[in-house]
Unconditional design. Structure first.
Length: 268
């Protein structure tokens, strides 16, 4: 394990969670690094959709690798969302994880959701985790279960399913577990105290606050596709404002020169 890998792992502190914004290209990652965020992740949704590919289907493998290669040299700790590993062969998943690690990535996110909206077999996901940790022991493996993400919203929350999967993934060697779509801080606390691994939750504006998630024991809070989707909204809002001559320059909007400077060897 390198110092960078160790630093990233130590940022996962229950009660003092790592806030992890998610980027989808060089510009967003460099800007976030320049803003002072110590670590960033990629969003598979942003990476895939920006490249004209569907998310969570395994279609954006090449784009994921290319983005990781562009972002890894930035002076920031980087973790990459590799969907379900782009393969059901644990050896191939481990080889990809090792290649990402070689670029300078310190962590990966790997999910158990499948393109058809079902959850993959627990044993298969565990095998992927075990293969990754055997190939690159220092790489932070954030094992994601989509038990809540894919659940029927009219049914009771799948707490037991999520907990059982998270425990199995931790036992397989995962350094952290990610349960997106858990919104209620009470449920976050229930899961955090019964899973022997740092818990990552998705920030859902209007459904909880960062202090509430910290008090519940979250060790990492990520934004997922939120920044990407908000950026798309801002594009349309600004275009419409320009159309009607109602654009009001914001002092924080980067200038052309500042955007160009992101490519400087010294940036960010």
């Amino acid at each position: 394990m390198t110092d960078r890998h160790d630093t990233f792992a130590r940022l996962h502190r229950p009660g003092q969670p790592l806030f992890l914004p998610n980027a989808w290209d060089f510009a967003t990652a460099a800007t976030l690094a320049q803003a002072g965020f110590a670590a960033i992740g990629t969003t598979s949704c942003g990476v895939a959709i920006a490249a004209g590919q569907p998310d969570a289907t395994g279609a954006a493998r090449a784009e994921t690798v290319a983005v990781a290669q562009r972002l890894a040299p930035l002076p920031v700790l980087l973790t990459v969302d590799m969907e379900a590993g782009f393969s059901d062969a644990p050896r191939e998943v481990a080889e990809l994880a090792a290649a990402l690690n070689d670029t300078g990535v310190v962590g990966i996110n790997i999910e158990d959701g499948r393109p058809d909206g079902t959850l993959g077999p627990v044993d298969l996901h565990c095998a992927k985790i075990e293969a990754i940790k055997a190939a690159v022991p220092g790489l932070f493996v954030n094992a994601r279960t989509d038990a809540f993400w894919l659940a029927d919203r009219s049914a009771p929350p799948p707490v037991d399913e999520a907990r059982q999967r998270a425990r199995a993934y931790a036992a397989a060697g995962a350094d952290g577990v990610f349960i997106p779509a858990v919104a209620d801080p009470g449920l976050v606390k229930t899961l955090a105290v019964t899973i022997d691994a740092p818990l990552n939750v998705l920030y859902l504006p209007g459904q909880h606050t960062l202090p509430e998630l910290a008090a519940a024991g979250a060790a990492r809070v990520s934004t997922g596709s939120l920044l990407f989707r908000e950026a798309l909204r801002c594009v349309v809002d600004t275009a419409n404002a320009a159309l009607h001559d109602t654009v009001h320059p914001h002092p924080a909007t980067p200038t052309y020169a500042q955007v160009q400077a992101l490519l400087s060897p010294a940036a960010p």
